[in-house]
Design a protein around this ligand. Structure first.
Ligand code: EPU
Length: 416
């Protein structure tokens, strides 16, 4: 089993390039199921989650070929409309194949994902939307079976904002008969990236990025090429890495507008963040302050940055209250940060973090993707050595993070 070993201390200095967004690449790759023929998708990060999705799509009959940053997907022949448990249980985003299969072929058999380290994460809203569009949904033996002659446009209201739920039903609406309106839809930039790709394939989607999305169904979509947006959570993680080491880093290939909530929170902390021609310059000139943080759907502060922000708050002075409102169990990093000396108390869905200035290196265990990133940040700033195990979580969502951090001067290595 591989581990990451970090000797904390060095300030990060230099430039870092952000990769393509995992959470945009996954729905876009799934969406290539909707059109019969080759789509060349560029700027796809080389991550375990992308490999898992390609494996699932290949199992269905998709032909995939990676060529550098791009993957060509060809869904001309899809024989198998099934997503088996073995693949879905390793990656919940596999559920993104559900609506493309039903929309194009009128049937799908997809394993229910089951529980997850960060929360229950049901898919009831995805299924509610499909039923509203006239599909027959049955759950049996751990699988959801969905059939429909042709989906019919419908007005669908989400009780809770759901990112992949919005994406799935947007793909369903693209090939449905008539108009679909998604209300209280997720506004994340990844939803907009998927809508842009679908529109490039000939779909008629308006309003993506707002909470009402209107989709005029078309009878077929045409294969198209596309380039995935940069990863805003990776960019934000590098901002936090520069901040926690009190460094000076230029973050290239990011879209600052996607990072508004993170930038303004970190400016409140006292981090200097400025737009330059080729990226975001992050510098620490002053003493950092503690701030309160509450995770919210976009454009609020992202839950995918909560753990990293907590690591940063451990290194300031004063009390910070971090409230998680999206997932019910996203504090597993707290116990690991406590092993590094952090002073954190959990009360309900809030963590009271009292900054202690400097953490101390320790052997810790990654429990999920973003928790792993928070332990890396903590290790970068801690005294002495931090050894992080179970780093397969990290490889699901960060492309060669140890290489990128090494180039910025971090003392970090991967060992077997
Ligand atoms: N929810 C329901 N019913 C549903 C769908 C969602 O109750 O049918 C609840 C969830 O349990 C959760 C809330 O709604 O409490 C929001 O979940 P959402 O559906 O938005 O999450 P997701 O689509 O499964 C995506 C990202 C996550 C990110 C969340 C929130 C992808 C592939 N995943 O998940 O990314 O945390 O949105 O922004 O886009 C990560 O990258 O580390 C990650 C976990």
């Amino acid at each position: 089993m591989q581990k990451i070993i970090i000797t904390g201390g060095p300030r990060l200095i230099g430039e870092v390039e952000v990769s393509g967004a995992k959470n945009a690449a996954l729905p876009i790759l799934a969406a290539t199921l909707l059109a019969p023929g080759p789509c060349r998708i560029d700027n796809v990060p080389d991550l375990m989650d992308v490999k898992t999705l390609c494996k699932l799509l290949e199992f269905m009959g998709m032909k995939t070929r990676r060529d550098g940053r791009a993957i060509t997907m060809d869904a001309a022949t899809i024989l198998n409309k099934e997503a088996p448990y073995e693949l879905v249980k390793t990656m919940r985003a596999s559920v993104l194949v559900l609506c493309p299969l039903v929309a194009r072929f009128g049937e799908a058999k997809v394993s229910l994902p089951g529980g997850c380290a960060i929360g229950a994460r049901p898919i009831n809203l995805h299924l509610m939307g499909l039923e509203k569009m006239g599909a027959k949904v049955q759950i049996e033996h751990g699988y959801v079976y969905v059939t429909a002659d042709r989906l019919k446009g419908a007005r669908i209201y989400f009780d809770i904002k759901t990112v992949t739920g919005t994406e799935n039903l947007m793909m369903a609406g693209a090939l449905a008969e008539g108009t679909t309106v998604l209300e209280n839809a997720a506004c994340e930039p990844e939803v907009v990236d998927l809508a842009d790709f679908l529109n490039k394939m000939g779909a008629n989607i308006k309003g993506a990025g707002t909470d009402t999305i209107t989709i005029e169904g078309v009878s077929e979509l045409t294969p198209s090429d596309y380039s995935v947006m940069p990863d805003r959570i990776e960019a934000a993680t590098f901002i936090a890495a520069a901040a926690i080491t009190r460094g000076d880093v230029l973050i290239k290939n990011c879209i600052p507008a996607h990072l508004d909530a993170v930038i303004s929170k970190l400016q409140e902390v006292g981090v200097d963040i400025n737009k330059e021609a080729d990226g975001l310059r992050v510098k620490v000139m002053n003493k950092l302050k503690s701030v309160d943080v509450k995770t919210m759907p976009y454009p609020g502060f992202p839950t995918d940055m909560q753990a990293q922000m907590m690591a940063l708050m451990c290194t300031t002075q004063g009390l910070s209250v971090i409230t998680e409102t999206i997932f019910e169990n996203r504090f597993t990093h707290v116990m690991e940060l406590q092993r590094m000396g952090a002073d954190i108390r959990i009360e309900g869905n809030s963590a009271m973090v009292t900054g202690i200035g400097r953490l101390s290196g320790a052997p810790v265990m990654a429990t999920d993707l973003r928790a792993s990133a928070s332990l890396i940040l903590a290790g970068l700033a801690a005294k002495d050595e931090t050894e992080i195990s179970r780093i397969y979580h990290l490889d699901r969502g960060y492309e060669r993070i140890e290489d990128k951090l090494s180039r910025l001067g971090a003392k970090i290595k991967r060992v077997s």
